[in-house]
Design a protein around this ligand. Structure first.
Ligand code: ZN
Length: 296
């Protein structure tokens, strides 16, 4: 059921609206923005976005009115919660690496990764490695085409052993189809493993049992690929203790979110955040009693 949770909530959120939100034109076309990690060429690739109403059901359980105040104070609409979806592409020697794959056909306002990848000049068949943070639909939906074939046929799909075990045990029909499509390509690693010279897994379980973040390093430069340790650049960073429906284990998710964000702030670590506003690159910074997101 976990695999479909997001789709179910999304469908519920959209069913009450007679005028669906128009996707920005640049999202429909895809978008790729270059960034540098030491000597490595990298890109933030736009996949689309997710919008949920601020009704206390999805991201900020039981905090609707406080969330509205926090959103308004940040200059954002207070009645909805928007998450962007972006994929990190890194070229490291012979390796062409994606971190997660966006939503594919799983969410109607996302699934534009292939267009953005083309803008970065990369053919799907050139991708050699894919690192999965966790197996929710907005991260693994892009592993397959609409027809269900592998979208990146040459790529090894890396994910943590506990995440893969959990996904394989998921009784949901969509999850079973996806597991069958990818299992020959999956290489599971132990949490925290140094998987490639440039890519080290960081165990950040809580959102899911085997959730993994990643450190991408080149020389003294480093980017921390956050995954879904935090979802919203304002709510999750400024109020990390608020429960999120999508966290498999609410208490563990909250603890990991607070601990990880505090560590990133004290270490001044450069962060790539999947769901923060495009391009999702910046720093978590201590301000007053709490933390704020400062995009690059
Ligand atoms: Zn997500």
């Amino acid at each position: 059921m976990r695999f479909t949770l997001l789709a179910v909530l999304f469908a519920t959120a959209c069913s009450g609206s007679s005028t669906p939100t128009q996707a920005p034109s640049e999202t429909a076309q895809g978008k790729a923005e270059r960034l540098q990690i030491g000597s490595l060429e990298a890109f933030a690739l736009d996949d689309g976005y997710i919008v949920e109403p601020n009704d206390g059901k999805a991201f900020v359980l039981g905090h609707t009115s406080e969330a509205a105040e926090v959103l308004a104070a940040a200059g954002l609409p207070s009645d909805k919660i928007r998450l962007d979806v972006q994929v990190l592409l890194v070229k490291a020697g012979d390796h062409v690496i994606l971190f997660d794959t966006g939503a594919g056909a799983f969410i109607p306002t996302a699934g534009h990764l292939s267009k953005s990848l083309a803008l970065a000049g990369v053919e799907p068949s050139a991708v050699t490695d894919i690192f999965i943070s966790h197996t929710h639909g907005d991260h693994v939906g892009g592993l397959v085409t609409k027809a269900g074939a592998l979208a990146f046929p040459s790529a090894t799909i890396h994910m943590s052993a506990p995440e893969w075990a959990t996904f394989r045990a998921d009784p949901d029909a969509d999850a079973k189809r996806l597991v069958a499509a990818i299992e020959a390509k999956v290489s599971a690693f132990e949490p925290g493993a140094q998987v490639l010279p440039e890519v080290k897994a960081v165990a950040t379980q809580g959102h899911t049992p085997g959730h993994s973040s990643y450190e991408v390093s080149s020389g003294d430069d480093k980017v921390f690929y956050l995954g879904d340790v935090a979802h919203h650049s304002v709510l999750s960073v400024q109020r990390p203790a608020w429960s999120i429906q999508f966290d498999h284990d609410h208490a563990a998710g909250e603890a990991m979110r607070q601990q990880t964000l505090a560590q990133l702030a004290s270490d001044h670590t450069r962060v790539f955040a999947v769901h923060f506003p495009f391009r999702g690159v910046g720093h978590v910074v201590a301000e007053g009693q709490g933390l704020v997101w400062k995009p690059e």
